[in-house]
Ligand binder design. Structure first.
Ligand SMILES: Cc1cc2nc3c(=O)[nH]c(=O)nc-3n(C[C@H](O)[C@H](O)[C@H](O)COP(=O)(O)O)c2cc1C
Length: 164
């Protein structure tokens, strides 16, 4: 089974999430496609496409939004799983719903809102202030490994992989 993980990232925490996800997946061939580096990748050859990225100011990054819109027809003919990453757990569901079209959400075999992370070294003054103001109690410095394991296990179960 050929799997592509198509993602965006601004400060690198989603990169960590997708690498961990890829290691846990039972695929012969997992490709990592960063839309911030390759904005128009060809994904027709993949059996499964996992799509996700961080939420900034309530929305996913435009590269991710564009990829989903442009490839929607193809994606609806492939196995798809969707995720978002964010700090605001009380808004995670509404942010997720806003991120992906109704059709794509209904078609997806597995959806997840991962706990986002903050890399303060990469934030400018304004961004640091924003994070402290809006999400001080939700700030997380560790990868959401429990959430990722649950997400991958659901994908495995749906594909008939026996869990160890
Ligand atoms: C300026 C700024 C705005 C953010 N806005 C939101 C938001 O609206 N909702 C949310 O859940 N998380 C928000 N976050 C948290 C990010 O989604 C989280 O840190 C994510 O893991 C970053 O991913 P990245 O490192 O891959 O870019 C924000 C973070 C920053 C720095």
């Amino acid at each position: 089974m050929k799997i592509a993980i198509v993602y965006s990232t601004k400060n690198g925490s989603t990169e960590k999430i997708v690498r961990l996800m890829g290691k846990k997946l039972p695929a012969d061939d997992v490709s990592y496609i960063n839309l911030c580096k390759d904005s128009d990748p060809q994904v027709a050859d993949y059996d499964m496409i996992i799509i996700g990225g961080p939420v900034y100011f309530g929305a996913i990054q435009p590269q991710l939004k564009r990829f989903c819109e442009k490839n929607e027809k193809l994606l609806l003919n492939r196995e798809v799983a969707l995720f978002t990453c964010g700090l605001l757990s009380d808004q995670s569901e509404s942010q997720f719903d806003k991120a992906y079209s109704h059709k794509l959400r209904d078609h997806s075999i597995c959806n997840a809102c991962f706990q986002g992370m903050v890399n303060f070294e990469k934030l400018n003054f304004f961004e640091k202030l924003m994070v402290w103001k809006v999400a001080a109690s939700n700030i997380e410095f560790h990868t959401d490994s429990i959430g990722i394991t649950r997400f991958v296990n659901t994908i495995k179960r749906i594909n008939g992989v026996v869990l160890a």
